[in-house]
Every structure is written in structure tokens, then in C-alpha cells.
Design a protein around this ligand. Structure first.
Ligand code: TLP
Length: 346
């Protein structure tokens, strides 16, 4: 069996999810009448400490809905240069919303320097777009899966709110952050006006993300979701898996983090691979290839031998642990990488 470490998006639904999906009570969510969708949304709102929540098709749609609900054409969003929203969502904010991204550097731990945020806020001037929103990402995918702390998030929330800005968190993996930091996820979401989290990554549901925020914000988000084609009907069939994800799959993320550390520590001992062990925080491991081969070559060789990983740079590989990946799989993957490195060096 192939060990697929390309992403935590590749997870299979659990047997409980399949059962819940089969038995889900459903209705037309266009009328707000799907009891299972409503239950998922209430649960998500409660868990994140927000008034309301909205089930959306994907993390990308959740971020898009949130940005479009917060901003109008000609508004500006302060966003990190390594953020998924800026790098990996087709520039949707500009493409669909006429929203201008103001890009500032992410630090290696995924944070934005508060001073950079302050400098980026536009004064009221006819020449400038209007700054409306700050976007944070937790955990930060392209910054080593780093979790942002409650203290940092609170500081940025205060900074934004004192200046009349809103704060959105792309919390695709925010439950990984909560588990890694040992905090209630509400501590990470409280400072935000809106937050998107994904059911279909580490939490292993087959489809879906949830946007959480105030009742008014979610009403607006529901309108935006509709124009984006995200108005679903008997969506309880998939929301049912999301309920299982939230009730049964959060605590086990610690296993994924332990497996990621095991993988990182093993790889760090293989000549030809380099891993910054102090930058292994959650379920994401970045590995630099120093054998002289490219990441693409290693990825191909690994795939032939039964391990799938992603090349995310000319010499950089990403491996992500998730439900379905066991400690034994990690050890087998390490054997395969060891074999590849020996071949490539000799
Ligand atoms: N991330 C995917 C790929 O797009 C890279 C992955 O394999 O990691 N925010 C963050 C932080 C994400 O990592 C992702 C997906 C999204 C948003 C988008 O979620 P989806 O794929 O559900 O649209």
C-alpha cells in the first residue's frame, strides 16, 4: 500500500463517518431546513465561541466568502506573503472581489510583524485603497505548519480593532494548532471577526469547511456563498461526516503530530536530507534535499518505491501526516528515504 504523505487532504472518511452519512436526516438547506447542516453549524459555532456558522464547500470558498463579506471593491487586505489566501487561491480576492492584497512578509513562525501591519495600514487619502482587514493563518501551512498562539492572535486582534479593521483567520488547520498548544480552540478564535476551518484536512471528513463569526456576518456570508455557487441542498449527507469530524477526530490530531516528529527526526539522520527540527510544530514536515538531486527527482523515486510526498520548491519536499498513517508507515517511509538518499549520493 502506498503511504500517501502529500497532504492531510487525502484522508479517507472513518467508518463512523460513512455510517453517519448514510443515516443523515436531510432537508433543503436553501430554506435552512437541513437538520444535519444546522446541527453542524451550531456545533462549529459553539466550539469556536462564535454566534453563528456556515457550512461551505472548501477552505478556498470559506476564505473567499469571508473576504467578500468583509470587503468591497477597492478595499485592501493585509496578508502574509506565504499565506495560502495570497499564494494558492488564484488571487480570488482580486479576481472576484476587486480587493487589493497588501502583502507583508510572514516570519518563519507564520506570524506577521505587528510593526509591518501598522506600517501597511493606509491613511485616509484619495490616492489609496481603504484598509479593511488583516488575515492570519493558523496553523501556517507554508511556514512549517506553525501554530499561532492565543497571545499573538489577541495582540493582532487588538491592533486591528483599535484601528477599525477586522481580523479573519484562515484556520484550515486551527484544531491542529489548539492540540499542539494544548489550548481550547476558542482562545485562538476569540480575537477574530471571522474564521474558516476545514473538516476535510486533519479532521478527515470527505468534504467541507465552516466559516464562523457573528450572526450578522454569517448572514452576509450566506449571501456571498450563494453567488459563488456554494448554496447546497441536502448537504446534510456531507455535513454528517463533519459532525463526526468535530466530535471524534480532534484529540487524535496529537498522533499525527507525534508521527510528524518521528518522521522529521528520522529524516534528519539521513545524509542527503535536512530538516529543521525546531520547525516541526504540528503535522507538516518540510525537508530540504541536499544530495544534489532535485525535489522532483526524489518525489518521483519515492513514489516508485511506495511513498508519496510533494515537491514545494526546487529542493524542498513537504510531508504531511494524518489519519490512516501509522507509526509503522512512518518507519517504512524512513527506510525508503534512506534507500533513496544512499542511491543518490553514491
Ligand atoms: N491546502 C492544500 C493545498 O492547497 C496546498 C494542502 O494540501 O495543504 N488554507 C490553508 C492553510 C490550506 O492549507 C488550504 C489547502 C486551504 C486554505 C484551501 O482549502 P481547500 O483545499 O479546501 O480549498
Amino acid at each position: 500500500m502506498t503511504i500517501d504523505l502529500r497532504s492531510d487532504t487525502v484522508t479517507q472518511p472513518t467508518p463512523e463517518m460513512r455510517r453517519a452519512m448514510m443515516e443523515a436526516e436531510v432537508g433543503d438547506d436553501g430554506y435552512g431546513e437541513d437538520p444535519t447542516v444546522n446541527r453542524l453549524q451550531e456545533l462549529a459555532a459553539e466550539m469556536t465561541g462564535k454566534e453563528a456558522a456556515l457550512f461551505v464547500t472548501s477552505g478556498t470558498q470559506g476564505n473567499m466568502v469571508s473576504l467578500l463579506a468583509h470587503c468591497g471593491r477597492g478595499d485592501e487586505v493585509i496578508v502574509g506573503d506565504r499565506s495560502h489566501t495570497y499564494l494558492y487561491e488564484q488571487g480570488g480576492m482580486a479576481q472576484l472581489g476587486g480587493i487589493h492584497p497588501r502583502v507583508i512578509p510572514n516570519r518563519p513562525d507564520g506570524t506577521l510583524d505587528p510593526e509591518d501591519i501598522l506600517q501597511a495600514i493606509r491613511p485616509d487619502n484619495i490616492h489609496f485603497p481603504r484598509t479593511r482587514l488583516v488575515v492570519l493563518e493558523n496553523t501556517h501551512n507554508f511556514c512549517y505548519g506553525a501554530p499561532l498562539t492565543p497571545e499573538y492572535t489577541r495582540d493582532i486582534g487588538n491592533l486591528a480593532h483599535e484601528r477599525g479593521l477586522k481580523l479573519h483567520i484562515d484556520g484550515a488547520r486551527i484544531f491542529n494548532a489548539a492540540v499542539a498548544l494544548g489550548v481550547d480552540v476558542r482562545e485562538l478564535t476569540a480575537p477574530a471577526d471571522s474564521i474558516t476551518f476545514c473538516l476535510s484536512k486533519g479532521l478527515s471528513a470527505p468534504v467541507g469547511s465552516v466559516v464562523c463569526g457573528s450572526r450578522d456576518f454569517i448572514e452576509e456570508a450566506r449571501r456571498v456563498r450563494k453567488v459563488l455557487g456554494g448554496g447546497m441542498r441536502q448537504a446534510g449527507v456531507i455535513a454528517a461526516a463533519g459532525i463526526v469530524a468535530l466530535t471524534q477526530m480532534v484529540d487524535r490530531l496529537a498522533e499525527d503530530h507525534a508521527n510528524a516528529r518521528r518522521l522529521a527526526e528520522g529524516l534528519a539522520q539521513i545524509p542527503g536530507f535536512e530538516v529543521a527540527l525546531e520547525r516541526v510544530y504540528t503535522n507538516i514536515v518540510y525537508v530540504d534535499v541536499t544530495t544534489g538531486a532535485t525535489a522532483a527527482e526524489v518525489v518521483q523515486r519515492a513514489e516508485e518505491m511506495g511513498v508519496r510526498v510533494l515537491a514545494l520548491g526546487p529542493y524542498r519536499i513537504r510531508a504531511v501526516t494524518h489519519y490512516g498513517i501509522t507509526e509503522a508507515d512512518i518507519d517504512r517511509a524512513l527506510d525508503i528515504f534512506d534507500h533513496i538518499a544512499r542511491q543518490m549520493i553514491s
